[in-house]
Write a protein that binds this ligand. Structure first.
Ligand SMILES: Cc1cc2nc3c(=O)[nH]c(=O)nc-3n(C[C@H](O)[C@H](O)[C@H](O)COP(=O)(O)OP(=O)(O)OC[C@H]3O[C@@H](n4cnc5c(N)ncnc54)[C@H](O)[C@@H]3O)c2cc1C
Length: 412
């Protein structure tokens, strides 16, 4: 990454965290107003960005935003559209898993409701575009501490360098250090589950079909990648997940096959395995004077609906729209009343998604026959109601409710 020299000038926005959210926010702001002075700080060197073996389900609305930001054409050749989705609910030992719910993968607008996108393609595309647009990078480095004066924030980096900025955005992930330093409290609970993420090759084509199998320990998702490959998000109790990830390939593959089944032929591991502890963490406030949270720093949710990053992209679209509008009106972009517009826009939606993912996880991650009967009746009902299914697809695609401009594919 470009290493900035000692910076004594006043910056407009410093984004702490060059993940998907931090990079896309910096890019969106710089594209809309090239006179803005924007810096991104991240401990990761640029060379590591293409090495992330994971993939993410990116909803149609977020794809429109990435297109508007000029990076989608670099991502699309490596992305896999999701053409169909099925949901099952069964015990691990059940030989047959009846399908309770099916979705066609297109929104009413005729575009796939989501694409599977390799992280190792999306991150470099965002980084190159942001660097090309003139965003200043301080990497590898990290935000250590900050002090809010009346008219700016003074930020100290781990390298000892100091930066002055009108607005500091914390996009430093779910364990955000800056959120804690700002004194913003969170609501948090641990699910006692971890999500094992890995990639498999299989003999037969998936035809763009995504599968979510609700098993007693939690959802097991098979998500299509280009070619005969799929990305897995496999939820287990945390102790079991640790044991599985540490086990030898033979043991891991046997356990994997029990859950994956044989419908795609012989399967083979095609990437490393990692387990991520799962919890719900919601920030009580999204903003303070000259300070805003975005992405997982504001909300860490269960991956049951594949919406975590999509929520982060919604933050990017809403925050950039609010800031650019304020800038055009000659307002101070770090002023609390400006930032509160962003908070009003995003907080309810975030809370709602946190509750939905929490309830779904509690309802489905168990082996209770009565609950299974009730939920399978519910899934069957939804399956017979095309109007409701269209509504769910619109929600998953990110088109429900008033959308910020970037998510509708419009420029700021
Ligand atoms: C198992 C699993 C599967 C998932 N699947 C999906 C999916 O399919 N679709 C989806 O939408 N979401 C998914 N998610 C959620 C998604 O991964 C997150 O929502 C997303 O990574 C959040 O992006 P972010 O940029 O906010 O944070 P992060 O990706 O965590 O990035 C934070 C960045 O901040 C940097 N940083 C940390 N500390 C500092 C500091 N002090 N100073 C400067 N920089 C710092 C880090 O190096 C990092 O680059 C999944 C999550 C899990 C656990």
């Amino acid at each position: 990454m470009v290493k900035a020299g000692k910076n004594t000038e006043m910056l407009d926005v410093v984004v702490a965290g060059g993940g998907y959210v931090g990079l896309s926010l910096a890019l969106a702001l710089k594209q809309a107003d090239p006179t803005l002075k924007i810096a991104v700080i991240d401990p990761k060197p640029a060379e590591s960005l293409s090495k992330d073996p994971r993939a993410s389900a990116i909803a149609a609305a977020a794809c429109r935003m990435l297109d508007q930001l000029g990076v989608w054409q670099d991502i699309l050749p490596s992305a896999q559209p999701i053409n169909e989705m099925i949901v099952t609910d069964s015990k691990l030992r059940d030989v047959v898993r009846p399908v309770f719910l099916t979705f066609d993968g297109e929104t009413a607008e005729g575009e796939p409701f989501a694409h599977m996108v390799p992280n190792g393609v999306m991150m470099p595309a965002l980084y190159e575009a942001a660097a090309g647009a003139g965003v200043i990078f301080h990497a590898p480095d990290s935000a250590e501490t900050f002090r809010n004066t009346n008219d700016h924030v003074a930020l100290t980096l781990a390298s000892g360098e100091t930066l002055s900025t009108r607005l500091l955005v914390a996009a430093d992930g779910v364990r955000s250090k800056l959120r804690d330093l700002a004194g913003i409290r969170t609501v948090y609970w641990d699910y006692g589950q971890s999500g094992i993420v890995t990639t498999v090759k299989h003999e037969r084509p998936h035809n763009g079909r995504a599968e979510e199998h609700f098993l007693p320990a939690g959802p097991f998702a098979i998500l299509p990648l280009p070619g005969n490959r799929s990305s897995l998000v496999w939820t287990e109790r945390t102790a079991d997940a640790k044991r599985l990830v540490a086990s030898d390939d033979f043991t891991f593959e046997i356990e994997l096959e029990r859950r994956f089944g044989h419908h795609l032929g012989k399967i083979e591991l095609d990437g490393p395995r990692h387990a991520y502890p799962l919890g719900l963490r919601l920030a009580r406030d999204f903003v303070k004077p000259r300070f805003a949270l975005a992405g997982d720093a504001a909300h860490g949710i269960h991956p049951i609906a594949g919406q975590g990053l999509n929520m982060g992209f919604r933050d990017v679209a809403a925050l950039s729209e609010v800031l650019i509008e304020a800038r055009r009106l000659g307002q101070d972009i770090g002023a609390l009343d400006v930032l509160e517009r962003y908070q009003r826009w995003r907080r309810f939606d975030t809370f709602q998604m946190g509750v939905v993912t929490d309830v779904l996880n509690r309802l489905f991650s168990n082996d209770n026959d009565i609950l299974r009967g009730i939920r399978d009746f519910g899934l069957g009902l939804v399956d017979r109601m095309p109007g409701l299914k269209t509504h769910f697809i619109k929600e998953a695609a990110g088109f429900a409710g008033p959308s910020p401009k970037l998510l509708s594919g419009e420029p700021l």
